[in-house]
Design a protein around this ligand. Structure first.
Ligand SMILES: NC(=O)c1ccc[n+]([C@@H]2O[C@H](COP(=O)([O-])OP(=O)(O)OC[C@H]3O[C@@H](n4cnc5c(N)ncnc54)[C@H](OP(=O)(O)O)[C@@H]3O)[C@@H](O)[C@H]2O)c1
Length: 448
């Protein structure tokens, strides 16, 4: 406890030197949000909606893991809730302990991750405390954010695109010692500079979703969006969608934002979007029953899109709801266009009419997180004030269960932050001039 207090005091003193950071005593244990392996079956038989993350997520004191080669221990000032926190906490579609067991079989270093607890969290903003052997690019005292790509890169497969590494994992989801904690263990190649004009909680919030949206929409590994493209964005004010909307606008494309209520529509409008569809108000029912879709509803949806675009169809669909929307997404894409998907929130067994795909020469592209370079470029855009965090609300570490329930029940806007070591919101800004320039955009999702 004393060691944690001293770490926080060092971070709050702007004059602390790298040598002083390196000399800080590390605690033997720290507080972290965990799942317990002996509770994997706790929600058996319940509907997804009734599985309550407040019951499965615990705030525990856990032993500090040993630092290995190429790794860093980071004092976490703030983290964020991602949908993967929800999946983990409701043990769907599978228990994340199966990932840890599999990883643990890889090597003695990886075996550290296979524990009876799982520390979650795939985002962080904080300060480097220690680096392991072989780490030269980062040192104690560096203010950082971390992306969540964990790779081994021992195989040739990952050397053109690190997402293709056979041992690619999402840190804090498929590995242990994630960011929803006072200290996190990362591979040093996850680290990137913390954007100086942002608070800890703002800096921590874009990480996973911003990088994912960047690859999925902008990168040539994803849809390779270009100026003038019509981009249909599902969940346009949500975690992924709030960044996809910004990328479309910043890249000269035309976002067609789909949301489910007035407040969400307003926030898309405030971001600068002009074409917005409230899917609840329109009452789309793409499925007639559990097994059959209704092509007339796809058509009605396509008609609404044309109404908003002056008769044009969409070049790109930014897909993630999955089963419920995928048939409609394939249908409304223009001839030669692209459906790019990174998730299946409403179900992963998709159904679509393949005639609309092959006859109209459309493509379906799978996309997952981002490679190091893409994550770096996405963070660089945040640091330059070209893309902004979409933080709406911040919780304490102890309230992570409630924060996850809000995301699970789709009650949130943009991103939900979590304060870890940071005693309050608003700390960590070092470039006040850049912040002042973008304050309205930075606060756009606040209080929503
Ligand atoms: N592969 C990857 O690397 C990766 C990375 C990030 C996230 N993901 C996955 O992507 C999904 C979304 O993540 P997120 O962070 O954006 O979550 P989020 O913050 O909850 O946003 C998702 C949005 O999708 C919309 N939505 C939800 N269910 C829908 C449905 N049945 N039909 C139409 N729209 C629906 C909702 O917006 P409205 O209610 O306003 O329409 C919601 O705000 C999750 O499954 C997550 O696990 C994957």
């Amino acid at each position: 406890m004393a060691a944690i207090k001293e770490i926080l005091a060092a971070i709050q003193n702007p004059d602390t030197t790298a040598a002083e950071y390196a000399a800080l005593e590390l605690p033997e244990s720290y507080r972290a949000i965990t799942l317990h392996k002996d509770e994997q079956e706790m929600f058996a038989g319940l509907e997804s909606r009734d599985k309550d993350p407040r019951k499965s997520l615990h705030l525990d004191e856990i032993a500090l893991p040993e630092l290995g080669p190429g790794e860093a221990l980071v004092a976490v000032m703030a983290s964020a809730v991602n949908y993967n926190t929800v999946w983990s906490s409701i043990y769907e579609p599978v228990s994340t302990f199966s990932f840890l067991e599999r990883y643990g079989r890889l090597s003695p270093e990886a075996a550290r991750h296979d524990q009876p607890f799982h520390v979650l969290g795939s985002d962080l903003a904080g300060v480097v405390l220690r680096t392991g052997p072989g780490v030269h690019a980062w040192k104690p005292g560096d203010q950082v954010v971390a992306h969540c790509l964990s790779v081994e890169l021992e195989s040739a497969d990952g050397h053109n695109d690190t997402m293709l590494d056979p041992e690619q994992r999402i840190w804090g989801f498929e590995t242990n010692y994630g960011g929803l904690a006072e200290i996190a263990l990362v591979k040093s190649n996850q680290l990137m500079p913390k954007p100086k004009h942002l608070t800890w909680e703002e800096a921590a919030s874009p990480g996973l979703v911003n990088s994912t949206a960047y690859r999925q929409l902008v990168s040539r590994n994803g849809a390779g969006m270009k100026q003038g493209d019509n981009v249909l964005i599902w969940g346009a004010s949500g975690g992924l969608g709030s960044y996809a909307t910004q990328y479309a606008l910043a890249g000269g494309a035309n976002p067609i934002c789909v949301v489910s209520n007035e407040a969400k529509a307003k926030i898309c409008e405030a971001m600068g979007a002009e074409a917005i569809i409230d899917r609840s108000a329109e009452g789309y029912k793409f499925w007639k029953d559990e097994n059959n879709q209704d092509p007339r509803e796809w058509k009605r949806f396509g008609g609404k899109i044309r109404e908003l675009t002056g008769g044009e169809d969409v070049d790109i669909v930014f897909e993630h709801p999955g089963r419920e929307t995928f048939g409609a997404s394939v249908y409304v894409t223009r001839k030669g266009g692209t459906v790019v998907t990174c998730a299946s929130t409403s179900g992963y067994m998709h159904q679509y009419d393949n005639r609309y795909l092959w006859m109209s020469l459309k493509r379906i592209v799978g996309s997952h997180f981002a490679n190091y370079r893409e994550a770096w470029e996405a963070n660089r855009l945040i640091a330059k004030g070209k893309i902004h965090p979409t933080l709406s609300k911040t919780y304490t570490l102890a309230e992570t269960g409630q924060a996850s329930l809000d995301v699970h029940h789709n009650k949130h806007q943009g991103k939900v932050g979590v304060l870890c070591l940071a005693p309050e919101e608003g700390l960590g800004v070092t470039d006040h001039e850049l912040r002042a320039k973008h304050l309205t955009a930075i606060n756009r999702f606040r209080g929503e």
